[in-house]
Design a protein around this ligand. Sequence first.
Ligand code: KIV
Length: 246
Amino acid sequence: MVTAYDATFAHLVDEAGAEMILVGDSLGMVIQGHDSTLPVTMEHMVYHTQAVVRGSRRAFIVGDLPFMSYQASVEDAVRNGGRLLAEGGCQAVKLEGGVRMVPAVEAMVGAGIPVMGHLGLTPQSVNVFGGFRVQARSNGARERLLEDAKALEAAGCFGIVLETIPMELAREVTQALQIPTIGIGAGAACDGQVLVCYDYLGLFEDFQPRFVKRFANLAEAVRSATGAYVKEVKARTFPTEDHSFD
Ligand code: KIV
């Protein structure tokens, strides 16, 4: 699973074999330039989900429910989850949180909206955590996370993202559940993995989580190609007369 936010990237990652595309609210940081995911709205998510759906052919597409689109009431969760499917065109939605999200998950699944859970470092709670740091390190927190995972499965989630938690805990959760776990910064024992495309492609340079592997350095490629273009335009070596349409 990888993230994508527009049609061009969706087309490329789909062609490259990604089985699931997450239209993550991480777009608040890598696309919109915010320092958290909190300012992302339903309108933003619908817009980007539509673009990703247009660009991909076969991947299963999950749209992220943004901050405050589902936390205040079960009705909000059903309406906004339904909207992301109906208007955005994705096949499922993702929300953050454990036991307290059970009524919302049950209602959404009951209404025909497939739901993916998200536990551990849930970025929409960054202000409660006091930063983007490893979660579930104490025994109590580990037990709570395991209970949260079991509760989400029982409520009808089809999968759960486990973000930035100790590897042993991710293994324990994965073994305890029938549904797949998708890890990010949670070690190799999860059933699947997800990364933010701007991270593994080396496009986002503001900071790099320790668990990210850069599979390319597209930031440097963009700088160098754009620098070459600017230089050639200034030197009047591009465009050449051969390419004019006169
Ligand atoms: O928004 C996002 O990209 C995510 C992933 C980090 C799992 O939730």
